[in-house]
Design a binder for this molecule. Sequence first.
Ligand code: DMJ
Length: 573
Amino acid sequence: MARARSSNSRWRSLHPSYYLKRPKRLALLFIGFVCVTLVVWDRQTLTREHEIEVSKLNEELTKLQNQLLDLKNSGGDVSENIKKSAKMKRRVVKDDPLDVQRREKVKEAMLHAWTSYEKYAWGQDELQPQTKNGVNSFGGLGATIVDSLDTLFIMGLKEQFEKAKEWVANSLDFNKDYDASVFETTIRVVGGLLSAYDLSEDKVFLEKARDIADRLLPAWDTPSGIPYNRINLLQGNPHNPGWTGGESILADSGTEQLEFIALSQRTGDPKYQQKAENVIREIHKTFPADGLLPIYINPHTGRTSYSTITFGAMGDSFYEYLLKAWIQGNKTEAVSHYREMWEISMKGLVSLTQKTTPSSFTYICEKNGDSVSHKMDELACFAPGMLALGSSGYGPGEAQKFLTLAEELAWTCYNFYQSTPTKLAGENYFFNSGQDMSVGTSWNILRPETVESLFYLWRLTGNKTYQEWGWNIFQAFEKNSRIESGYVGLKDVNSGVKDNMMQSFFLAETMKYLYLLFSPDSVISFDEWVFNTEAHPLKIVSRQDRAQDSRGFDGQQNLPHRFRGRKEGRTRG
Ligand code: DMJ
């Protein structure tokens, strides 16, 4: 009975009426409840905050791990790379007053070239400054306007850029019954338009780039996928020029990857990228052990035929694009074959290098079968810049070796200029024992390759000597090539006799590289942009295609490119 009562009184305290009759106990119970709730809530908040903190730390850790990997991949020991990047940052902040002065001079030179073209040749491909008229060397596509768009934009020549844009929007017409060079049209027109699009974000440039690329595309419809090098812009009918004996040219066939990949990324249409990347896949099948290809390749069989091996005319930019397609592709697994092929070719390049006597200038020979020719084109002077750009992808020892080679070759190229009375380089050079270098073909057509390499070397080494050399070359152009109605080439760099042509690449490349040589690294940073072979910077966007993807295409094709984020890789350590 007593047990039953005590059990009753225990259960009584659970009944609400028990507390209603005892308000003090009710208050105590309420306070207890509030305290427990507060403690539980506080613990949950702490856990949540803790989780956020942990995930932030994890993100930081991943970032640091990626940076470490990045530094390792880019070669050189980590502390060296950190020092280097600190140096780079300092340079970004400080704008040397002499640099400012010099780039203003270059800008003024560009303005002189541009206003002369505007006055005498507006709408035509190129200006002939002596006779003050225009010529349509590319079928009447306004090559100088399209080639100049990004230079005008970068130099802040807004009014000129706007006028050029108006012309592109209203007057650029590709309906031309003209057998265009697939290569020249791609690097100048597709490249120029895409670069203008990336810089200005104006859709008109992308639409025009797509229009011209669609007209070029049937050139790739060959049994091997190696393109024909000519196509009629109105009627199609792709073919090769008669003088090649039906063969396609190596540089002409392997220098469309950057532009066509970029076009696919920006339009979401994979067909351009597929055609251009298939060329490299085809070449990869029979890639030789030294990575050196003769300049003729058959579009039916995909095989090269007996012809010159060179880093100059008709070979050059094939090698350049192996490296740059790797950079454009964020150096990911999907593009690793480009880098592998490039590294093989660079071994081949090294095997072609020799030194002059008595002054020990390093130069790149040409080759035909087993016969070596001691000749180098000024065109091959893009190679020091390419080697410097690619050097950071090697491990420390190799990276230094290739950077040193780049510097030696740049010294040779600079001397192509310094060794003539006008201080402007001839078209090619011969190297005879005991005589160092002597000019072969002695014209100068305002080419950019040496200043291009000086620009890369200045950015990648921070050595001001390269700026000085570039400045000397600029002054030689001012002295010999500037006339009242534009800039002309020289028929002979020994006599200084002038020709009558202002090449569009003078405005696209020579002027742009000189301007950038005196600009901070942040202007068209190597981290964000890659230059096509006509000096048109293309924005690097995320590429996420899988290595084994047989279509070889960017899995993000349906996303507008602006949402795809910046590149993951870096071009230097
Ligand atoms: C330009 O059109 C390009 O740089 C091309 O790759 C080679 N030739 C000229 C400039 O010399």
